[in-house]
Structure formats: structure tokens, C-alpha cells
Design a protein around this ligand. Structure first.
Ligand code: D9A
Length: 411
């Protein structure tokens, strides 16, 4: 992150300072220290697959931590096989459809991953994950195996089917992410840390997955098309382009932007379910585990809206912004304030001449009303601007005063 970014975003500088104070080694080490042998190796894998998210999983309540760590690694294993374009179709479908049995096979490993698979090592040493999976309480194993079976079958279907309609799009995202929301919600309930109704409200849990998955699919269009795959539903992009390549083509940029904005609008429809899901969660470490990816997603989708850079390459939110989001994802009210702030940012980006303007304006109004109605103290007021003016004011005063003093002393 460039120096200017920190100067322009002082609140993120503070958040970064707070984050590193809280996460300075050796505290993370203490967690690993408490686990040994294969489970320690599993936390190493977790760090390798996603550093930032690994920290959030390691802060989970001990009743859930190992179970969710292993669920994450089983899903990452399945994902690595699905993403691997070097595995022949029939072999890949067989692996995806039987992965829910493979996780019970002691000693199973997989050494056929393609050279570009970043999590290939996880599959090479997957026998270690299986050892620890088999040590989990059976009710945890049952949930993980059930979700792995249904996700594997869904992914196998879409290895030979394309995402044509909006229904296909919702179905594919259900298999790839909605089921993760289902599985986690059932583990939260099984652990006794959350009410059992959380494990039953699966429509809300599904939306938690769809909001994240659709944000990633919308953001990664350039990378996916260049890799020869596309998860944007044809029913959407074919209105604006003759092919996936034409969609990201600079020659066709205006139409490409209309497609991008329609995809962003599709993601925003899941916001009410996301906030209602988070409203159920009582246990603080579970709340943060659920809230952090969601606030990252709202920041990312607002960044993608009407942003031509998405069609040219990978856009990401600033590191400082991510740390600020993590530091503020502590309570439901704070998360609502974060959503409100980004919805206001979206409102500033939503130009009247944008074909999606009216649809997005409706979602903005409804979301602001919902949040203002349920938030203590009503609609949040964003003091950042005032804060900046204040800083500037003091800066000028002190420089003026300093130059006056130095001048006086030189006489
Ligand atoms: C999640 Cl166990 C994911 N996915 C994520 C991460 O969050 C969700 C994969 C496995 C698990 C959990 C997640 C977290 C908390 C509650 C959830 C939930 O539901 C109630 O899933 C719906 O992205 C992957 C899917 C979206 C496919 C589900 C967050 C994560 N973020 C990465 C950044 C990124 O863009 O991948 O992994 C990271 O921080 O490195």
C-alpha cells in the first residue's frame, strides 16, 4: 500500500497499528503450541491456504476451532481438484463425487495435481488431514461428509455444464458456497455455541455463501476468462458481448461495463439475508468468523461497481482498508455501520446515466432504511470528512505557528 494511501486514510493506519499490536507473534504461536502432531500440521496448511482467514479461525472458540479448521481444509482439497485444469474430466468427476468417502480412507494422498495448483501440497499430505478428521466427534464428521458429498456432486455436474441461466448461477453458487454456509451453521448448532435454529435457517446460511461467491466471481472475471473459464451466467453477458473474451475486450468496454454493473447488482440482493443471519449469531468468536468475510465482500463489490479496472485485471481492497474492516467487525451494530458506509459510497458511484441506476438506487434506499431502523441511534453519521478537515486545520495552525516562532527567534 503506497505511503500516500496511509496519509489519505489515517483511520486505516490506526487500524493497522491496532491489528499488529494484537497479532504480534508469539500469540499466534501459542495456539499452534497447544496443538501438536498432525493437528499442528493442519494449522500450518491453513496458514498456507489463507493467512488472514487462518488467524480468524484460530481465534474461534475451542469447541469449534479444530472442526472448522478441518472442514476448511477438506473444502480446500475439493476446490483444488475442481480448479485443476490438468485432471481429465472423467477422473475429476470421479474424485469430486467420491471425495466424501475418501475423507474416511486412512493414508489417502493425491500426487497428480497440476504444476499451477497452489494448494497441491495439501493433497500430497492429505492423509494427515484424514487422521485428524477421523478424531473429530462423529456429529462433526457427519456434517462435513454430507456437505462434501453434495458439493462434490454439484461441482461434478458443472464440470460439463455451463452456467447459462440465472437459476444455473444460483445453483452453481449454492454448490460451491451456499453449502459451506449450511455446513458451518449446522456445526455452530451441533457445538452448542449457537441456537439449534441457526442450523435450520438454511436459506439465510445459503445467502452467506452466495454473497461471498458471487462477489469473487464478479471480481475475478478477467482472470477467469484468461484461464478459459467463465462463471458469469450467459443469460447476462450475452446481452452485452458475443463471447466471454469480447466481454472484457477494451473495444467493447461500454457494453462490458453494463454487464459488470448488472452482475454487481445481482450480488447486492443478498444483503438483507446476510444481516439477518448475523443477527442470529451470539458467540463473539463465531460472530467475527462470520462477519469478517461479509464486510470484506461488501467493500469489494462496491469497489467493483462501475469500475473498468475489473475487466482489465484483478482489483483488491487496500490492505489498510481490510485491516480496518477486521478491527471493526466486532458487533452487529458495527457491522451494520460498515455496510451503511459502503452503501453510501455506492450511492456516490451510482451515476444517473448508469442503466442500473434505478435498480441500485432502490436497493440502496431499502438497505439504508433497514439499517437505520434497527440501529441504536439511527442512521450512522460519517465523521471522516470532519476528522480530515480538523487534521488539516491543526496542521496549518502548527506550521503557521512554527514558522512565526522560527522567524521571531531569527531576529
Ligand atoms: C468460508 Cl469453512 C469459505 N470461503 C470464504 C471464507 O469465508 C467462508 C470456505 C470455507 C469455510 C468458510 C465463511 C466464513 C464464515 C461463515 C460462512 C462462510 O458461512 C456462514 O462461508 C459461507 O471465502 C469460501 C467460499 C466463499 C467458497 C465459501 C473467507 C475466505 N476469504 C479469503 C479471501 C478470498 O477471497 O478467498 O476464505 C481469505 O481471507 O483469504
Amino acid at each position: 500500500m503506497a505511503f500516500i494511501d496511509w496519509v489519505l486514510h489515517p483511520t486505516e493506519l490506526w487500524a493497522a497499528f491496532w491489528f499488529f499490536m494484537r497479532h504480534a507473534p508469539p500469540d499466534e504461536k501459542t495456539v499452534k503450541l497447544q496443538v501438536s502432531g498432525d493437528m499442528k500440521r493442519c494449522y500450518d496448511f491453513l496458514e498456507m491456504t489463507s493467512r488472514s482467514f487462518a488467524a480468524v479461525i484460530q481465534e474461534l472458540n475451542p469447541k469449534l476451532r479444530d472442526g472448522i479448521c478441518l472442514f476448511y481444509l477438506v473444502l480446500r482439497g475439493l476446490d483444488t481438484i475442481e480448479d485443476d485444469m490438468t485432471i481429465p474430466g472423467a477422473r475429476k468427476r470421479h474424485l469430486l463425487e467420491t471425495f466424501h468417502e475418501i475423507i474416511y480412507q486412512k493414508g489417502w494422498t493425491f500426487k497428480e495435481s497440476g504444476p499451477d495448483e497452489k494448494d497441491a501440497l495439501l493433497l500430497v499430505e492429505f492423509d494427515i488431514v484424514i487422521n485428524e478428521f477421523l478424531r473429530l466427534p462423529t456429529e462433526f464428521q457427519d456434517v462435513i461428509a454430507d456437505i462434501t458429498r453434495r458439493m462434490g456432486a454439484g461441482m461434478a455436474k458443472y464440470t460439463r455444464a455451463r452456467v447459462e441461466s440465472l437459476e444455473d448461477y444460483n445453483e452453481y453458487c449454492h454448490y460451491a458456497a451456499g453449502l459451506v454456509g449450511h455446513g458451518l451453521s449446522r456445526l455452530f448448532a451441533v457445538s452448542g455455541l449457537e441456537d439449534k435454529s441457526v442450523g435450520e435457517q438454511l436459506e439465510l446460511a445459503n445467502s452467506m455463501g452466495l454473497f461471498l461467491q458471487k462477489t469473487n466471481i464478479t471480481r475475478d472475471i478477467n482472470e477467469d476468462v484468461l484461464d478459459g473459464r467463465c462463471f458469469w451466467p450467459k443469460a447476462v453477458w450475452s446481452k452485452y458481448a458475443d463471447s466471454e473474451e469480447h466481454l472484457i475486450d477494451r473495444e467493447n468496454r461500454d457494453k462490458g461495463m453494463e454487464a459488470l454493473n448488472e452482475m454487481c447488482t445481482n450480488v447486492l440482493q443478498h444483503i438483507p439475508d446476510v444481516l439477518e443471519y448475523l443477527n442470529q449469531i451470539q458467540e463473539p468468536s463465531v460472530f467475527r468468523f462470520c462477519a469478517i468475510p461479509q464486510v470484506m465482500a461488501i467493500a469489494t463489490i462496491v469497489l467493483c461497481y462501475d469500475n473498468s479496472r475489473v475487466l482489465d485485471g484483478n482489483v483488491k481492497i487496500r490492505k489498510g482498508e481490510a485491516l480496518k474492516l477486521i478491527s471493526q467487525a466486532t458487533t452487529l451494530d458495527n457491522v451494520k455501520r460498515t455496510f451503511y458506509r459502503y452503501i453510501e459510497q455506492l450511492e456516490r458511484k451510482n451515476q444517473p446515466d448508469n442503466p442500473m441506476h434505478n435498480q441500485v438506487a432502490k436497493i440502496i434506499d431499502r438497505t439504508k432504511k433497514d439499517i437505520a431502523r434497527t440501529l441504536k441511534g439511527g442512521a450512522p453519521v460519517d465523521f471522516t470528512k470532519e476528522y480530515l478537515v480538523l487534521i488539516l486545520f491543526f496542521f496549518t495552525i502548527t506550521t503557521f505557528f512554527y514558522s512565526y516562532l522560527t522567524e521571531k527567534s531569527s531576529f
